[in-house]
Design a protein around this ligand. Structure first.
Ligand code: PMP
Length: 301
């Protein structure tokens, strides 16, 4: 936090800061896969995540975002200090302490923190999730840009998640202002129908997801599917052979039902399974990475 490795209990901010009062922060979610043979972590698309952090900070005018080199260095230092020998999740966050928008919006003082946690494989990657279409919409780029990964955006997503929870479902899929499929609170949405894949466009009120790009590429280049990037209707999800969610944390998560309609046979489908297998192979390739997806962490003896 703010340039030093600190004990958890000492990582504090004051209550009277913009980050606490108005959720003024931007962040990233990084995933590091532990490679036992090489005794080190490999982070997936690290540079792209660090670039997106800077982009989110730019749009929200939050100063003080560390450079990619500083962030990589901080991550290495933390991994050496924590010595986790398992998969991890890191969450670099740049936050605003000063800059009350009503009286002094340009007075800005920023801070930085990055916790690293163990991140075991989610059980839903195997079982799949039951989704509901939320009554809450993803806002437009002219309201609260979903392209930007700012904490404030996540209250919209929390409302949707709480609604799904109250309905006895696992996850919410939000539509955008035009009533087309947008995304979930932490993932992009894909559907397979008649051998074709569809997914919303980056201008459909979604985060410019990094996993989404990789999955579009894998579906096309490795599984031989035609991928349509276009408006997606909710009923296309109901009628799909397969639906799945993609994201750094949830990886490739099957969707087994939408609004209680079973998807396909109500169990994860063959394209989803094949994609999961390929995605995991690549993420766990370690030094055999041929795609340039992976960045090595420090060797931990
Ligand atoms: N949408 C939202 C709202 C998210 O929080 C995430 C997770 N970062 C994603 C999509 C997936 O993005 P990525 O593939 O870059 O992790």
């Amino acid at each position: 936090m703010n340039g030093a490795v600190r004990p958890w209990a000492d990582a504090r901010v004051h209550v009277w800061t913009e980050v606490v009062l108005r959720a003024a922060s931007v962040f990233e979610g990084l995933r590091g896969y532990w490679n036992e043979d090489e005794s080190r972590h490999y982070f997936v698309h690290l540079d792209r995540h660090l670039r997106r952090l800077g982009e989110s900070a730019k749009v929200t005018r939050i100063p003080g975002c560390p450079s990619a080199a500083e962030l990589r260095e901080a991550l290495g230092e933390l991994l050496r200090a924590l010595r986790y020998r398992e998969d991890v999740y890191a969450r670099p966050t740049v936050f605003l302490t000063e800059g009350r928008y009503t009286s002094s919006p340009s007075a800005s003082d920023a801070g930085f923190f990055m916790p690293v946690f163990p991140a075991p494989r989610e059980s839903t990657i195997d079982t799949g999730v039951r989704c509901g279409i939320s009554t809450w919409r993803r806002p437009g780029d002219d309201m609260m840009p979903p392209r930007v990964k700012t904490a404030a955006n996540y209250y919209n997503l929390r409302l949707a998640r709480m609604e799904a929870d109250a309905a006895g479902l696992d996850e919410a899929i939000l539509l955008n202002g035009a009533g087309k499929v947008a995304e979930t609170g932490g993932a992009s949405v894909f559907a397979i129908r008649g051998g074709r894949a569809v997914t919303p466009k980056v201008t459909d009120s979604i985060l410019e997801s990094i996993t989404r790009d990789s999955v579009i590429d894998l579906l096309h280049a490795e599984l031989g599917l035609q991928v349509e990037v276009r408006d997606v209707d909710r009923t296309e999800l109901y009628l799909a052979d397969e639906v799945f969610l993609t994201g750094t944390l949830c990886e490739i998560t099957p969707v087994v039902s939408v609004d209680r309609f079973d998807i396909g046979g109500g169990t994860p489908g063959p394209v989803t399974r094949a994609l999961q297998e390929r995605y995991h192979q690549i993420c766990r390739a370690g030094k055999r990475d041929t795609r340039g997806w992976l960045t090595a962490g420090p060797v931990l003896d």
